[in-house]
Ligand binder design. Structure first.
Ligand code: GYE
Length: 311
């Protein structure tokens, strides 16, 4: 009987993975917009809910701060690094450092333009080109019978950021179908209210006959609305306004008829991120691209939806 195998000798080691505390280092862009505040809240809440220890760092819209934060996370030997890259270019070196240290990286919200896709596990976020197309499609429909030129001004997001590049491209692609739709000025408002207001003031000074404002986010549209009202014009009437995001303040302006059309961009990426973090730590295969679901809203839709808007 002494030779009979015992359960002791064949017992496998305790499953470490499930008990082990996961640490996630997250480098956020900043706090530039209502979208961003909701995104941060979602990430913090879902980390707590998932029992993941979150090291959160705010880059104040500066790439150098994000690179520093990522290097700190590498030194701290976190299990996973996630970040929302402020701009698309210039990440290869630091992403290689993470890879060499054996730390998986997840991109959330914004993409990078690295050709080496082995530098990150997945990219979770919206399709910004599609958002630009949705904005353009509404405009094309609105002005399908226009007999005169329609003068459009554009407030771009942060220069070099994925959402600014892509929302510009998707919009331009769609409005090209009608040569009457003309972008007469396009400038960055850095995704903030203050910059949106300032640049809109300059647009109004330089151009007498603006028909449409296309703002890459609600905050810039809200800043621009202040400039338009200060100039004695009616936002949504004298100047039609299209924006992207769909945060509560954007919905309020839309329900008042000051914004005519909002393309939704969902900031609540936290739950999907935490799931991906767990999967990566457990060595599961995850898709290289996880796209978030979103819709579009006219003033009428906004009025109806406003009471349900959480952020
Ligand atoms: O639209 C804007 C924010 O990257 C999708 O960043 C995000 C954008 C969002 O500042 O409001």
């Amino acid at each position: 009987a002494s030779t009979a195998p015992t359960t002791e000798t064949s017992a496998s080691p305790a499953p470490e993975q499930t008990d082990k505390q996961i640490t996630l280092g997250f480098s956020q862009v900043g706090a530039e917009s209502g979208w961003r505040t909701a995104n941060t809240q979602s990430i913090q809440d879902s980390a707590k809910e998932a029992g993941i220890e979150l090291k959160f760092s705010d880059a104040q819209q500066k790439q150098e701060n994000q690179i520093k934060a990522i290097r700190t996370f590498i030194q701290q030997k976190v299990d996973v690094i996630a970040f929302s890259p402020v701009v698309e270019s210039g990440w290869d070196t630091v992403l290689k450092e993470a890879k060499d240290a054996g730390i998986p990286v997840i991109l959330t919200d914004r993409a990078v333009d690295s050709s080496d896709t082995s530098l990150y596990e997945t990219f979770i976020g919206s399709d910004f080109v599609e958002e630009g197309r949705r904005a353009g499609t509404w405009l094309v429909e609105q002005y399908k019978d226009a007999s005169e030129d329609i003068n459009i001004v554009e407030l771009q997001g942060t220069t070099g950021s994925a959402p600014a590049n892509d929302r510009m491209a998707g919009f331009a692609e769609v409005i090209a179908s009608n040569p009457k739709l003309k972008i007469i000025a396009s400038q960055t408002g850095d995704f903030t209210r203050a910059k949106g207001k300032e640049v809109m003031q300059a647009f109004l000074k330089a151009h007498e006959d603006i028909d449409v404002l296309y703002a890459h986010n609600d905050d810039m549209a809200l800043g621009a609305i202040q400039a338009i009202e200060a100039a004695g014009l009616k936002p949504g009437v004298d100047i039609k306004i299209i924006s992207v995001d769909g945060v509560k303040d954007g919905f309020i302006a839309a329900s008042e008829g000051k914004i005519n059309f909002i393309v939704e961009c969902n900031p609540l990426l936290g739950p999907q991120l935490m799931q991906a973090v767990k999967d990566v730590v457990e060595g599961k295969e995850i898709p290289k691209r996880i796209v978030t679901e979103e819709g579009v809203f006219t003033s009428e839709d906004a009025k109806r939806e406003l009471p349900n808007r959480k952020y």
